[in-house]
Each structure stands twice: as C-alpha cells, then as structure tokens.
Design a protein around this ligand. Structure first.
Ligand SMILES: [Zn+2]
Length: 289
C-alpha cells in the first residue's frame, strides 16, 4: 500500500524568532502555515489541518478578536487558500473525506468551512476544552469560533473512538499513546500535549518512510533535533509548560531512535524549503534553517 504525503503552504504569520526558540534571532521572521494533503488508497483524500483563509481577517476585524491579528500579523493570498492549493493537484474540495485537526488555533482550521463533505477527526479532549467557551474565553485559548462550521459536531469523529489504541508492545512511538485510525497501521493519531489541551499529531507510514506531522509541538525542526525550548514569554500562551517539555523531550528521543522518521512541524522554514513544492510564500526572511 502506498500512501502519499504532500506539504502545502497556506499563508504565513510574523513572529520574533527568539520567541519560539531560545537561541533564535532577535528579528521578526516569517513562519509558514503548513498543512498536509494525504492520499490513502482506500480512504481517499485526507487533510492534516487547513492553513489560513481570508476568513481569519473577517473573524479578527473587531475587538477583542482584533488582538489576535495584532499579535500574529498574518499574510494570506488567494493562491494560498487550501482549495486553490488542492486545485493545483487536481483535487476538488468535495473530494476531501477527512480533515485531521491538530488543534483549534486559527492558522490550522481557518479553511474548514471550504470542505462541506469532510468528516473532522480530532481528540476528544481538544474539542471538550473549547466547545462551550465564551467569546472571550475562546480568544484567550487562541480560538475563533466563527471559523468552525455550524454542523461541526454532526461531522465530528474522536480518534479515541474511531481508531484502535495501539498496544504498548507494538507501539514504535515510545512514551506516546497512539490510535490506529483506519486499523491498517498507516495513520496513527498521537496526543502531543502542551501547546494546547488535546493537541495531536499524526504519524503517516507511507510504506517507505514515516512522516510525523507534529503540528505546533514546536515551531522549528531544530527544536526537536537539539531539544531547544522556546523563550519564556511563549509559555504564557501554552496550555501546559510541563507537558510541552515532556512532549518535546519524547520527540527528541524518537528522532534519535528511529532512523526513517521525518518530523514535520507546521511552521518550520526548513520543512517549507525542503518539502513544499510550488511555493507561494516568498522564501525571504523565513525562520532560520
Ligand atoms: Zn497553535
């Protein structure tokens, strides 16, 4: 069975590099907002997150949501939209069967409303953490409820229920729990807590290589390789500093222990340079490789 994983860029935001990695530059740089298209021979077309969409600007027009846009200035062009990126691959939005949501920050879910037929796969904890929050309560979690489709709950699948929990003895992801989504070993949903409550990644085994889509477990691949933590202010927006530390430490151990595993954080300039074809975001001033 051959599974394909394609990295796509869906706009970018600007951040001080030092915020996301301790030895980063004291310079405002671009962080691409990556999402991934996966083709599974039996399950069809699948997305891991969606990148930004113009809805982010609509959702942050007024206060208090405007604070979000001021803290992370976002650039998204028509060509960056997930529907247009997929169009370039010959895939129509209604052909997407599943969208795996790493977490509910806007840069990961802003285009959910473009995919009417997709089922949403998410961790139960992530959804329970945000579903009944007030407008302000959502904002402090970095969530913009207007980006979530009205019929979201009708289309929702919790991976802890749809998948099969991988037995500890069979689990190559030592230290992490994992759920085998389609019970064929091809795609494992993996809780990677810390960044947000219920934040999750996806291990995709293409048959040749293992791609570990780690979402915002860190912002740069170098953080995993060298076990580099973010600067202190970054902890203010984290769900749990302790869980973040533990997750990054386990990812670092996996990276060292499994040769054919490729770690793919969603905002890494290195992943962008290496994996994204047909780039629409300018490489200039990208976070350092
Ligand atoms: Zn995030």
């Amino acid at each position: 069975m051959t599974i394909n994983v394609t990295a796509l860029d869906g706009g970018y935001c600007l951040h001080l590099e030092r915020m996301v990695i301790k030895d980063g530059r004291l310079k405002t740089v671009k962080f691409p907002s990556l999402f991934f298209y996966i083709y599974h021979p039996q399950q069809g077309h699948i997305l891991f997150d969606t990148g930004y969409s113009e809805r982010f600007h609509d959702a942050t027009k007024n206060f208090p949501e405007k604070i979000y846009a001021l803290l992370t200035p976002v650039e998204v062009k028509e060509e960056d939209l997930a529907i247009n990126k997929l169009g370039g691959l010959g895939i129509k939005p209604e052909e997407i069967n599943y969208i795996f949501i790493s977490h509910f920050h806007a840069d990961h879910i802003a285009a959910l409303k473009d995919f009417d037929k997709a089922k949403f796969i998410v961790s139960k904890q992530a959804w329970l953490d945000i579903k009944d929050r007030s407008r302000f309560g959502s904002l402090v979690r970095g969530v913009l409820p207007s980006l979530i489709p009205e019929n979201f709950e009708d289309r929702l699948l919790f991976y802890e229920e749809m998948g099969k929990e991988v037995e500890e003895a069979d689990n190559i992801l030592k230290g992490f729990k994992a759920w085998d989504l389609f019970k064929d070993g091809s795609m494992l949903a993996v809780p990677i807590p810390g960044h947000t409550c219920g934040h999750s990644g996806l291990l995709v085994d293409t048959g040749i290589k293992k791609h570990f889509l780690v979402g915002d477990a860190c912002w740069m691949s170098r953080s995993i390789r060298d076990f580099k933590l973010p600067a202190l202010p970054a902890y203010l927006i984290m769900d749990s500093k302790q869980s973040y530390y533990e997750s990054l430490s386990k990812l670092n151990a996996l990276y060292k222990g499994i040769e054919d595993i490729e770690m793919l954080p969603s905002h890494c300039g290195e992943v962008f340079a290496k994996k994204v074809k047909n780039k629409s975001v300018d490489q200039n001033n990208m976070n350092s490789l």
